[in-house]
Design a protein around this ligand. Structure first.
Ligand code: ADP
Length: 238
């Protein structure tokens, strides 16, 4: 579904050239939940922004659902992004003076959809995250965990195939982080593919696969099923 081969990204200013990604390769299948870890500055956000078509790349190949991203112009890229991708950010990025209903509506305004369908989608998305009874509240009336739930509802309202999350629990205490992670796991179980950048090793341990990024490359891939099978084999021979 998501296929990156040798992606390169260079940021250039007049004085400095930063190779944020060098030969970054990754395949993510439909329905996967992949955690992305790695030190600050290793290229995780750059990868996520390229995956989410927010950022272009300097070299390599990227296919999203079979579409060769390199060949797209800006309009085609935005269209593909609106159709396929939902984003969640560490800082929630809600609009402070809009109520929850209107916040979730924001990305739907760019979709060809009548008012009735929009309303249904917004209500369903807020229901999914357990906030259907707060539609008229504004973000500041909610806890951090609830605000992140609204951001997740906003991402889900467009029925994305991919949910890309950049440190979604980074601003939350451990209890709220736990509830947001459980919600993401439920959403993944229902079929949405999720890629989540996280600094939290406990969360990275919970996903079936995690990758570690270092110096703009995937430096390690851990498939936990394989790890537990290997451990069982070792135990069987012991
Ligand atoms: P991470 O998310 O792992 O902390 P980033 O992807 O944000 O890493 O950054 C990777 C590298 O690219 C860093 O050296 C960072 O300073 C650089 N970088 C990221 N975005 C830009 C930008 N817009 N302009 C210049 N350099 C950038």
């Amino acid at each position: 579904m998501l296929k990156m081969n040798n992606i390169k990204k260079v940021f250039r200013t007049e004085v400095v050239e930063t190779h944020a990604l060098r030969d970054f390769s990754l395949n993510v299948d439909e329905g996967e939940f992949v955690a992305v870890t790695g030190p600050s500055g290793s290229g995780k956000t750059t990868f996520l922004n390229i995956a989410g078509l927010l950022e272009t790349f300097t070299g390599g190949e990227y296919f999203l659902d079979g579409v060769d991203v390199k060949g797209l112009n800006d309009n085609q890229r935005s269209k593909l992004r609106n159709e396929k991708i939902g984003f969640i950010f560490q800082s929630f990025n809600l609009i402070p003076d809009l109520n929850l209903f209107d916040n979730v509506d924001v990305p739907l305004r760019y979709r060809a959809m009548n008012a009735k369908e929009r309303k249904e989608r917004i209500e369903n998305a807020l229901e999914t995250v357990g906030l259907a009874n707060r539609m008229k509240h504004i973000p500041s009336q909610l806890s951090g965990g609830q605000q992140q739930r609204v951001a997740i509802a906003r991402a889900l309202a467009g029925s994305p195939r991919f949910l890309l999350a950049d440190e979604p629990t980074g601003n939350l205490d451990s209890e709220m982080a736990e509830s947001v992670m459980s919600l993401l796991e439920d959403i993944n179980q229902k079929g949405t593919t999720i890629i989540m950048v996280t600094h939290d090793p406990k969360l990275a341990l919970r996903t079936p696969r995690s990758i570690a990024v270092k110096d703009g490359l995937v430096s390690e891939v851990v498939r936990k099923e394989a790890v537990s099978e290997a451990n069982e084999n070792v135990a069987a021979f012991a």
